[in-house]
Design a protein around this ligand. Structure first.
Ligand code: CA
Length: 431
């Protein structure tokens, strides 16, 4: 039996294991094969995948001949972003992922038994710096969690009519700003801006007192369309390269004063943080589940077949400076009312074109119970239910020097595939 046959049978039996060590509970078994961009001290940015805590240099792998036969230009993997690779399309992503699984299959000696090549190709995660994986062209943020939209409606409008009349008919969204989308590990200064207290006659200017996280996931498109073209729910996933976790930082006090009538602006564009590894939809296949029932029935262009939700656990922690982290939320991507296929169909239904590397945030993902709410606004319920930290202090929102940590993963039987972390520290406002 040749390596390809062994590989195919191993995939079928889902017993594929790597010769690279993968610790129990790791998000990165050989079945994951996420894509990212990394650098090493004195090195240049290049493309990578990850197994366990080992980062695999795809450019070095290509130069050593391990990608021969795939007909990829080696330069694709020495770029500062994944955009050129992503632009090759789904068959290329798929053949690359399968080749990488084959190279690192525990039964394949080619690289396993070549110590001098391993030194050139493999790096411990602790020895590298992860960079932005893609150049984000356009960034859209949806508002697709019914629990989140309901909670916000109850708090700020009318508990009896928490959802606005359009909400069950339209995947509500807005065009965000891509220049301030940054990779995990980037620290963000508390933003300054205009706020107005309810009892004040005039607004004031100063540091936001209500910096918050928004627990989101985002998909990245990998296939462009022409202006005037629409993408159906049926074809949507062919246009999606993969997913990341996404912390869409928000300043609630700035948001409250500025958002009428045109929506979010400076409250939302001072830093939006993504996880460094893009996990492909192929890797997420084992976690595919059906979504909530949509009532009333949606318009024909939003109808879909099959399952387009994913069972991905999402945990949020706050770590005050020099203290242990404290979990404040556990939610799940499967709660999404509007799925990613509907979001992309809606984004393009008017002929709006999409590009490789565009980012589409899910909107804050809240679950049905208070411990699954995806923002401090909801967890502390507008400041009325503060959260206790390990040192006895309380949080209604995020304090200076608090670090916000997201973790996300799917589990099916013995298989765990995850996204790693999104880590962001909130620094004091710049003077
Ligand atoms: Ca958001």
């Amino acid at each position: 039996m040749g390596m390809t046959e062994i590989f195919n049978s191993a995939l079928r039996d889902s017993v594929l294991r790597s010769w690279i060590e993968v610790a129990e509970g790791s998000d990165f078994p050989v079945q994951n094969i996420p894509f990212g961009i990394f650098t090493t001290p004195g090195g240049k940015p290049r493309a990578a995948t990850r197994i366990g805590d080992t980062v695999i240099d795809l450019h070095a792998l290509a130069i050593s001949g391990f990608l021969d036969g795939l007909e990829f230009d080696h330069d694709l993997f020495s770029c500062t972003t994944l955009n050129s690779f992503i632009a090759l399309g789904k068959p290329a992503w798929r053949s690359m992922r399968e080749r990488l699984m084959l190279i690192f299959d525990e039964r394949n000696p080619a690289l396993r038994d070549s110590p001098e090549k391993r030194v050139e190709i493999l790096f411990p995660i602790a020895a590298v710096q992860m960079l932005m994986p893609v150049q984000v062209g356009d960034y859209t943020d949806f508002y697709s969690s019914i629990e989140h939209a309901t909670n916000v409606g109850i708090m700020f409008r009318d508990p009896a009519n928490a959802l606005l009349p359009n909400w069950r008919h339209i995947p509500v969204g807005y065009h965000g700003r891509s220049s301030s989308v940054v990779v995990s590990g980037t620290n963000i200064h508390r933003p300054k801006g205009q706020t107005k207290a309810d009892d004040a006659e005039f607004p004031e200017f100063g540091p936001s007192k209500q910096v918050d996280f928004e627990l989101e996931m985002a998909f990245i498109t990998g296939k462009k369309t022409a202006l005037g073209q629409s993408v159906s729910t049926q074809d949507a996933e062919d246009h999606i390269f993969g997913m990341v976790m996404f912390n869409d930082l928000s300043a609630r006090d700035i948001q409250k004063w500025e958002y009428v009538p045109l929506g979010p602006f400076l409250a939302k564009n001072f830093g939006s943080v993504i996880s460094p590894w893009v996990v492909t939809l192929d890797a997420l296949e084992p976690f595919r589940v059906s979504g909530p029932k949509q009532e009333p029935a949606v318009l024909p262009y939003l109808r879909f077949e099959g399952d387009h939700n994913f069972d991905i656990h999402l945990d949020v922690f706050i770590q005050p400076e020099n203290l242990k982290e404290q979990q404040v939320c556990h939610s799940n991507y499967k709660y999404m009312y509007w799925n990613l296929a509907q979001q992309l169909a809606h984004q393009t239904v008017n002929g709006c074109n999409i590009n490789v590397g565009d980012l589409y945030g899910s909107g804050t993902i809240s679950g049905p119970t208070p411990d699954s709410f995806g923002s401090m606004l909801e967890i502390a319920w507008k400041g009325t239910k503060p959260v206790k930290m390990p040192d006895g202090t309380e949080r209604k929102f995020i304090n200076d020097n608090d670090t916000i940590i997201f973790r996300g993963y799917g589990v099916k039987d013995t298989l765990r595939i995850g996204f790693g972390e999104v880590v962001t520290k909130i620094l004091p406002a710049k003077s």
